[in-house]
Design a protein around this ligand. Structure first.
Ligand code: MRU
Length: 383
């Protein structure tokens, strides 16, 4: 089966798979406006740091392509100044959709830079709009290649670290959340590393946490691993310690939403728990992410904004009965798992894993390994 994709751009349409309905229903939603792109990111119909950056960039590209093709062309294409006055608020608006993943801000800043550079060099409005359209497509398209590169680099490094003898019957690698095709433009980051090991006959099994409360693991990673025929085992978030006590886990590989200059890493809630347990069991803990996830402007994890999701999202599960089972329904159900009127709910979407718990950080440019006894990383070689 073909790998799942988060964004589809065939037939001149920009579409996303509605991840709120996976794994039971694969429904593509057309994104026709900037407001729809913003809503899709905010409501997590699309999620994953690289994927939301790609959708934000593409939504502007499609918006401008539509304007360029319209007849008569809209007023904002009358002059470079009018174009800037139109595009800048759109970029600021898209930037606000979710705060933690730096990829989104990197994408909007990159498009702003394209605009600024061409404004300075005196291009006409149409040429500037065309350049922004191209840059938006580039942001989405370049993701797959770099994912394959970081997966290869991280996978080869891990095999060497574990050693030939211990990896002879294949590695067991645990991950959290979803960092595969659904979270990126394709192949994935930490899940890409796992896929790379599998493709090269070096994976025994992938283990992944359910990742409450949004269940990116049980809903999305499960589906991706099943689609790719990768042998895998799901566990509840509360079972990580038990897994490490009773199974030979060779590594934990996770993605990232933002990596600070010292290597502190914000990622899906529960990542920190896994890192503490991995350190306790001397299991290598690897962060796999593109260069665009590294934020050199932030010195350490305390400067990373952590998104608080609506309390309601921690009080419900989404799901459906399998087709064919008794009392089956095509409807997806949202079931409340807390008493009505419950107050006092803690629901941060991300946590920060301190660099001292991370063994290695991998980007498309290379692998940075934390030196024994040091509590931070030198990322200069991999950004
Ligand atoms: O809230 P989400 O689902 O967007 O969080 C996703 C993660 O934390 C991922 O691990 C991260 O974005 C990297 S995706 C390649």
């Amino acid at each position: 089966m073909a790998p799942l994709t988060s964004i589809r751009t065939s037939d001149g349409k920009l579409e996303i798979v509605n991840q709120l309905l996976l794994p039971h229903t694969t429904e593509y939603l057309e994104i026709k406006t900037i407001a729809e792109a913003h809503d899709a990111i905010k409501s997590m119909k699309i999620r994953g740091a690289p994927a939301i950056a790609s959708l934000a960039a593409l939504s502007l590209s499609y918006h401008l392509s539509g304007a360029l093709a319209a007849s008569p062309t809209p007023d904002f294409l009358a002059s470079p100044e009018a174009l800037a006055a139109h595009v800048e608020p759109i970029l600021s608006f898209l930037f606000t959709a979710r705060p933690t993943a730096v990829n989104l801000g990197n994408a909007t800043r990159r498009l702003q830079k394209t605009l600024d550079t061409l404004l300075k060099s005196g291009g006409d409005a149409r040429a500037i709009a065309e350049a922004i359209v191209a840059e938006g497509h580039l942001i989405a398209d370049e993701d797959v290649g770099r994912n394959k590169e970081m997966s290869r680099r991280g996978g080869d490094w891990l095999l060497e670290r574990v050693g030939q003898e211990k990896s002879a019957s294949g590695l067991n690698v645990m991950t959290v959340c979803n960092t595969g095709s659904l979270a990126t433009s394709g192949y994935g980051t930490a899940l890409g590393l796992i896929t790379y090991l599998h493709e090269n006959g070096k994976l025994n099994k992938a283990f992944y946490t359910q990742t409450a409360p949004y269940h990116q693991g049980s809903r999305l990673t499960a589906l991706e691993l099943q689609t790719l025929n990768i042998p895998s085992v799901m566990l509840c978030d509360t079972m990580v310690g038990s897994l490490f006590q009773h199974h030979n886990i060779h590594a934990v590989a996770v993605g990232a939403d933002r990596i600070a200059r010292n290597g502190d890493t914000a990622n899906k809630i529960g990542t920190y728990n896994a890192a503490v347990l991995a350190a306790r069991h001397s299991i290598p803990f690897i962060v796999v992410a593109p260069v665009s996830t590294v934020d050199l402007d932030v010195a350490d994890g305390s400067g990373i904004p952590i998104e608080q999701r609506p309390p309601l999202e921690a009080c419900l599960v989404r799901g459906a009965l399998y087709p064919g089972s008794e009392n089956t329904t095509d409807e997806q159900a949202v079931l409340m798992i807390t008493p009505r009127g419950l107050e006092g709910i803690y629901n941060p979407s991300f946590d920060v894993t301190p660099a001292e718990l991370i063994t290695a950080i991998v980007t498309e440019k290379g692998v940075a390994v934390r030196k024994e006894g040091e509590t931070s990383f030198d990322l200069s070689g991999i950004v």
